[in-house]
Structures are given as C-alpha cells and as structure tokens.
Design a protein. Structure first.
Length: 308
C-alpha cells in the first residue's frame, strides 16, 4: 500500500485529500501503526491495569471488570436519584398486570402471555425493583381509549370517571400512555392547537376527537395533581396498529399530536420508538402490539435513561 501526506491509495487508485485536518489525522494514524520504537506488548500489559492499580489477568478481563464496575456505579446512582419517589400510571393494556389494578379495570398481562410472568417483568415493575420507587396507583385498563365513543363512559381516559380512579394521593410522577386503542378503532385524529380549554364547559360528547381529548386529559391531570410531574409516553413501533398499516404513518400522525400536546403543557415527553424495538426486530419483542418481557426491558432502560 502506497501512502502520501497529500493523498492515499486504495485498491490501486490514488485519492487526493484536500482537507488539511484530515490529512494530518491520516498521517498520524499511519505513523502510529508503523512507529519503530512502539512497544505494543507493553501497551497491552499497561491496559490490564485498572485505575485502582489492580492488575487483571488479561486485557479482556480488564475491560469486562471495569465495565461491570461502571455499570454498578450507574445503577447505584439511579437508585439514589429515584429512591422513595412515587409514581402512578394512567394507561391501557400495555401497562397492566393482573392484581395491580383498580377492581373493575381489565388486564392484558395475566402472567401467562408475551413471556411476562411476573410484575417484575414489566417496565414499571422494574422501576419499583431497580430504583426503589413506589407505586401509588396503576390506573390501567386494557382496550381503553382516550376518547369517548358513547359506550365507554367509565373507561375512556379523558373522562372524569377514569381520572377519578387515580385517587387523591399525588405521586411524584404520573406516567401517561394511551392512543393505541384509538388508532385501532379509527378514531378521528383532529389537529393540535394551542387554545386552552375551559374544563367547566366540557361534556363527554365533546371528547370524540383525539387531539381535543388529549389536551383536556392533560389539563384535568394538571388540575388534579398540580405538583406532580406528568411523563407522557408513546409506544414502540407497533407491528399491526392499525392492522392494515405497512408504513407506520398512522401511528406517527397520532404520536405527533401527543408530542406537541405534551411539550405545550410542559410535560416530559419520552418517545419509546427510540427504545430499540424496531421495524426489523419487533416480531420478537411485540405480541399483537404489546411489548414482550424483553420489550419491557427495553422500555425500562430507555425510560430510566430519559426520566428527569
């Protein structure tokens, strides 16, 4: 391989490098690989020594041990940051688990589906187990929509009856996750606007459009728990929501309204489309639009990374 400071040769073709910084970087890299006085064996031995002076038996073991130490340090810092904090949930089937809901709410996770066998397999169960946070109320209901459809007065999330199930004890955090069932039911999306809503004049029949209902739900939650931090979640890229979707456009349009609403009202927005469940791997991490045990682990990791 021929080399020059002003260019390089690759597969027999010479390329000229115009950028001075790039030329200097490449020259330095070439020099470091061909330095006659370099003692590469000594460098490997030196890399086996930890910052505390421990000499590890191999370079690989040194990397693994120091990574484990860092991971333990970060876990301890996370526990310290959230220990004794409380949280509640207003959600749909994604946030359910049998035995942890108000008496008339319907669960999807029963302990025998999607490999989620225990509450500790859910993302919110991991918040309890791994951070020391405490659950106040899990007001989740499988199949529940945000909007009113004429038959769901007790379950729709923007309604007073459903919000009442959160109780009167204000948590430190309130996680909100909804919209999936509205998409599947072909609810009218509407458009986000910055106009505030007079809650005293709102009737259930006014809450049939997703964008309006989301604003009203957030305003009601803020009025009920003024000191609580509301954390708005959005789902991973769901494999069949709605069932005819092939490009996720419908999901993205609903998510855009939710994101704009959350940020307008000063809520924290956590977009779980970034958690690692992708269009390519969701067949193993998603069962009919519900995260599996491994999917919940990715939910937890991303939430705890973003939560403030």
């Amino acid at each position: 391989m021929a080399t020059k400071l002003d260019g390089f040769v690759f597969n027999g073709t010479e390329y000229e490098i115009q950028d001075t910084t790039a030329r200097e970087q490449i020259a330095a890299q070439l020099a470091s690989r061909t330095e006659v006085d370099a003692d590469y064996a000594a460098e490997v031995i030196d890399a086996r020594v930890g910052d505390d002076g421990t000499i590890h038996p191999s370079l690989g073991e040194a990397i693994r041990q120091q990574y484990a130490t860092l991971a333990n340090t970060l876990e301890a810092a996370t526990k310290s940051r959230f220990k004794n904090k409380t949280f509640s949930i207003l959600g749909d089937g994604t946030t359910t688990f049998q035995g942890y809901l108000p008496t008339d709410c319907i669960t999807w996770y029963t302990g025998s589906n999607a490999d989620v066998e225990a509450v500790g397999d859910t993302f919110w169960g991991k918040l309890i187990a791994k951070t020391g946070m405490a659950l106040t109320v899990n007001n989740s209901w499988d199949g529940s929509k945000l909007t009113y459809d004429g038959d769901n007065a007790n379950s729709f999330m923007a309604g007073d009856a459903r919000i009442h199930k959160l109780g009167n004890t204000a948590p430190d955090y309130l996680f909100v996750l909804c919209g999936k069932d509205d998409i599947e039911d072909e609810t009218t999306l509407g458009e986000f606007t910055t106009e505030l809503v007079d809650l005293d004049s709102i009737q259930d029949t006014d809450l049939s459009t997703f964008a309006i209902a989301y604003k009203i739900m957030i305003q009601k939650l803020m009025a009920k728990f003024p000191a609580t931090k509301i954390v708005v979640l959005w789902y991973h890229n769901m494999s069949s929501c709605p069932t005819e979707a092939t490009d996720y456009n419908t999901q993205y349009k609903f998510a855009e309204v939710v994101e704009k609403t959350a940020k307008f009202y000063g809520c924290q927005w956590i977009d779980l489309r970034k958690c690692g469940i992708t269009m390519a791997n969701n067949s193993s991490l998603d069962v009919t639009n519900y995260p599996t045990k491994n999917g919940h682990e990715l939910y937890y990791q991303y939430i705890i990374q973003e939560l403030r």
